[in-house]
Design a protein around this ligand. Structure first.
Ligand SMILES: [Cu+2]
Length: 149
């Protein structure tokens, strides 16, 4: 097996590393992370863990201890919902969330999904005005549902 890196892969690694550092430092200085309100919790009200649902179904989001507000709202005790569908990992902390998750920047508290039959996981994470997870992140339980034919 030849494990010697090619010139091209070394160059890509170096460039990627430099860009990563620049991006991280820009975020750290420009976008402070919003502290979580102590005791705040986010939850999926429906469906429940283990439920069987039709292909098209509605997910209801719950938040307690904080308020739901549209993205951009400058109030540290509010946030907006983000839904992770079939995601093994949570979004990175300390920077705006990309896609996935699905953003509900209008302050929505429910959505209708259409998923393929089979098992799926759902999880919510709250984001602040800049779509950045709070510190510590406010995350729901990850639930598993079964979508029927
Ligand atoms: Cu967002």
């Amino acid at each position: 097996m030849n494990t010697k890196p090619t010139r091209r892969s070394v160059l890509q690694t170096v460039v990627g590393g430099v860009l990563g550092v620049v991006a991280a430092s820009a975020i750290a200085s420009d976008l402070p992370v919003t502290p979580a309100v102590e005791g705040a919790t986010v939850s999926i009200i429906s469906p429940k863990d283990g439920d069987t649902v039709p292909k098209e179904f509605t997910v209801y989001f719950g938040l307690s201890g904080m308020g739901v507000a549209p993205a951009g709202t400058d109030n540290p005790t509010t946030g907006h919902h983000h839904l992770l569908v079939d995601q093994a990992e949570l979004p990175p902390e300390g920077k705006p969330m990309g896609n996935p998750p699905i953003h509900f920047g209008g302050g929505q508290t429910q959505t209708t999904l259409t998923l393929e039959p089979g098992e799926h996981t759902l999880q919510l994470i709250l984001g602040d005005k800049f779509h950045i997870p709070h510190n510590p992140p406010i995350i729901s339980e990850k639930i598993t549902i079964t979508v029927t034919e």
